[in-house]
Design a protein around this ligand. Structure first.
Ligand code: GLC
Length: 806
């Protein structure tokens, strides 16, 4: 059955037929789509770090320059029907037939003779054929110009000459999305679209007063590799009244009206009339880009019209991704895991590093700048790939720290707005892990001496910034001796039970424990022995509290509420057990051995499901006070009893630390998006099968398995860390590369190529005896090692490593 041809509603069985939607082409690092009607838009990010586009498998999406909050270029109607509209659209009109269609399928939705699309690394492509016309359309953002490149190849496969009109269309929005919602009736008359005759280009100008950074606001150009035969800058002229992008008047009439706009609803539409002989193929390139001045734009257009520009840009994009992902590649017995590790997981993690939680199909890009907590964690997975960008991000974060050690919760480096200043018990502690990782990856302590200015003035070395962070926690302990919860910790919802400022976070005590140990190691490496001892003595104090006051009998408690009662105890009938308090008890190495196993056994028994581990159990309905419950999320959704994927990653790490490879693998595999989708059913799961979602509704919801907020989630960074550093067990340490795999018994072999400090390690792990953890021997270049840390050797470029587990 050709699903993309079917216009009527599918029955449930059809809607859940996963094979009918997509397949992976691993050699090309592509996910390919066979039908356009996925349950939600399945998107991709096209970007060069400055100019960005989100594009779906059906051609919907939007472009923005640097910030989606203040420099949004094209409009996207979030949450509205019809879904996934508009986008950077192409229409092909056959003059003789008077018919028109879209190669991306959207927005015309005309039945095609064949259709497919695919997302690759930084590009999205469409193939479509209708009435003897074949089109291949590829969108990407190259590094040579700040523009979205639309590369259209069009071929006449019929026996008659074709007179075609090709229309390229984009709906410009107001650049400030929030202002658009509030003030567009006035401000829309402060925008314009002009036509630069000489360059055959439309230019959109956002001249709105009171915009935050007028001097940094670009002009937008919309042009092609040739002069168009017609254009429109006024949406009303192009689309007409009571019509939509599905049936624009200009296309039905067969020509644009050459409108410009000085106030109103702007768009960019370009028309190209081409004649194609039988068998003839032509290429048309469209460019939607930015420049600060008209002069900049002229230069960009000139550059973009060079014969080799598009090809050069595409080759560079491909090469950059191959070299980026080449830092770690593996061959594994499990193809779904291999695919995630080699391609989609690091790709998603890189997009998180770039966009934080800003904009996706779910997140509207309106208020979240850079979240301190989230970005500190995103950096962790980026370090092996791009250490310089990671260092810059760490410094950006530490610039948000105050001299007393606490930090801003969100901030807006691009928009220049005031930060969100709520103080959370965990935010300031996170950078310790990222700085520690930078030092371990590079084998260089000098980063710790680099100076960063505090948010409230004065500068200090990075080491001191971290020290201040730990001191802040030490000076904000509660009556039981655990860190005060302050506004919340990692679990955002906890502010509801700690508003009076008395509540304490047991989880933050564990997080503090991890950071104290890492700081102690950094201090020792720097020769600061007294500092190291002081950190470890605080660690011991917290560890004792965790094992005594926080232990509930079968698991660790989660917090102390304002009223002095514990949260996460068997005494209550709701939210008895919280995932994070178990996983971090193990990760921090604070939990006594028997308690570690007992706590993780409770996770298995009470929180695990076939679609991931719930965050809490049972879900909350009216706890602790029916008039003021801990959360308003419906049971099983969001922060209340959902499978919160980010927190699942720590269970994988904890199980690896306990040496239980089978359980770790179960937890890992069940959340691989294509696996979870298969189990839940496509129509239930809904989100993309190639990137992680933030959460899946839990079993207490009647839509168990519904995936939410895909792409932008801490899951990306941590899943990557869990699988590469703990399951495959390859971790950078000060002396070299540690090899400490923890695998499922059925994996007899794994191969990993990892680039570490300029040396390519070609690692082969053999597990004939089927153990879950433990190493019998390690050989490096034929020499038996006495330790499972492969010592770094300056100048070595290649190391062949053979690891026998047993
Ligand atoms: C969201 C937030 C993150 C928080 C998590 C759990 O993912 O971005 O900061 O830790 O929810 O509440």
């Amino acid at each position: 059955m050709d699903y993309w041809k079917d216009e009527v509603n599918m029955n449930l069985q059809d809607r859940n037929n996963m094979e009918s939607y997509f397949y992976f082409k691993d050699e090309e690092r592509e996910v390919c789509f066979k039908r356009h009607d996925t349950p939600t838009p399945w998107i991709n990010y096209l970007t060069n770090g400055t100019f960005h586009t989100i594009l779906s498998q059906a051609g919907g999406g939007l472009a923005f320059y640097r910030s989606p909050q203040i420099w949004r270029i094209s409009r996207y109607r979030f949450f509205h029907l019809p879904t996934d509209r508009p986008g950077p659209y192409i229409y092909i009109r056959d003059g003789a037939l008077g018919e028109y269609w879209s190669p991306a399928y959207e927005p015309v939705e005309k039945k095609l003779d064949s259709w497919s699309s695919a997302h690759g690394m930084g590009y999205t492509r469409f193939q479509a054929a209708k009435d003897g016309v074949n089109s291949e359309l590829t969108y990407f953002v190259g590094e040579l110009e700040n523009s979205l490149i639309w590369n259209l190849k069009i071929k006449n496969n019929s026996s008659k000459t074709k007179q075609l009109s090709i229309f390229a269309y984009v709906e410009f929005g107001m650049m400030e999305f929030m202002r658009e919602l509030q003030w567009q009736c006035y401000n829309k008359h402060q925008v314009s679209v002009e036509y630069l005759e000489e360059w055959g280009s439309l230019v959109y100008k956002y001249g709105v007063e009171m915009q935050p950074k007028p001097d940094e606001t670009p002009l937008v150009y919309f042009t092609a590799d040739r002069i168009p035969d017609g254009f429109d800058g006024d949406r009303e002229e192009f689309v007409g009244s009571y019509r939509s992008e599905a049936n624009p008047n200009a296309i039905e009439q067969g020509s644009c009206s050459n409108s410009t706009l000085a106030g109103g609803d702007p768009c960019g539409a370009l028309q190209f009339n081409i004649s194609l002989d039988p068998g003839e193929e032509q290429t048309l390139n469209i460019f939607l880009g930015t420049g600060m001045t008209e002069e900049d734009i002229r230069k960009s257009i000139e550059n973009s019209r060079r014969d080799t520009f598009v090809e050069e840009s595409f080759i560079k994009l491909k090469e950059n991704w191959e070299s980026y992902l080449g830092k770690l590649q593996c061959t594994l017995p499990d193809k779904e895991t291999e695919r995630m590790v080699n391609t989609w997981n690091p790709y998603q993690a890189q997009r998180n590093f770039l966009f934080s939680r800003n904009i996706s199909f779910y997140a509207t890009g309106t208020f979240r700048g850079v979240g301190f907590r989230d970005t500190s964690q995103d950096i962790l997975s980026q370090i092996p790939f791009d250490i310089n960008a990671s260092k810059d991000k760490i410094k950006l974060l530490l610039g948000q720290q105050y001299k007393d050690g606490h930090v801003n919760h969100y901030f807006f480096p691009t928009e220049g707005w005031e930060p969100v200043t709520t103080i959370h018990s965990d935010d300031h502690l996170w950078p310790v892990w990222s700085v520690w990782s930078v030092v371990m990856e590079s084998g260089d302590l000098s980063f710790l001496d680099e100076k960063v200015t505090y948010y409230d003035g004065g500068e200090a070395a990075i080491y001191e910034h971290l020290q201040k962070a730990l001191e802040y926690t030490k000076s904000h302990l509660g009556p039981n001796g655990f860190p005060l919860m302050l506004r919340s910790d990692w679990n955002d919802q906890l502010f509801r039970v700690c508003r009076k400022g008395k509540g304490e976070s047991i989880w933050t005590s564990m997080q503090y424990g991890v950071m104290l140990t890492k700081m102690a190691e950094l201090a020792r490496l720097m020769g600061k022995i007294e500092d190291a001892a002081a950190f470890m003595s605080t660690f011991q104090q917290q560890k004792e509290l965790v094992n005594s006051i926080a232990w509930d009998g079968k698991w660790f408690r989660r917090a102390v509420m304002d009223d002095g009662r514990f949260l996460g105890t068997d005494e209550h009938d709701q939210a008895k057990i919280w995932l994070n308090a178990q996983t971090w008890a193990v990760m921090s190495q604070m939990a006594d051995k028997d308690k570690s196993f007992a706590a993780m056994n409770s996770v298995k028994e009470m929180l695990d499901t076939e679609l991931g581990i719930k965050k809490i159990h049972p879900s909350i309905t009216d706890f602790p006070d029916p008039k003021d419950p801990l959360t308003n999320y419906n049971p099983g959704t969001g922060e209340n009893g959902a499978v919160f994927c980010h927190a699942n990653t720590w269970a994988i790490i904890a199980e690896c630390l306990l040496g239980r490879g089978d359980i770790a693998y179960k937890y890992y595999r069940q959340l691989i998006p294509e696996i979870a989708m298969k189990k839940a059913g496509v129509w239930r799961y809904k989100a993309e099968p190639y990137v992680y979602a933030s959460n899946l509704f839990g079993p207490e919801s009647d839509r168990f398995g519904l995936a939410n907020v895909s792409w932008l989630s801490g899951t990306a960074a941590w899943m990557y860390i869990a699988v590469t550093q703990y399951m495959l067990g390859i971790r950078s340490q000060w002396e070299g590369l540690l090899i400490d795999p923890c695998l499922p018994v059925q994996w007899k072999q794994a191969k990993i190529d990892r680039k570490f400090r300029e040396c390519n390690y070609e690692i082969e792990i053999i597990n004939e005896s089927g153990v879950k953890k433990g190493i019998m021997s390690i050989e490096v270049d034929g020499e038996i090692q006495t330790s499972n840390i492969i010592k770094h050797k300056n100048g070595r470029e290649r190391a062949v490593v053979k690891v026998i587990m047993g």
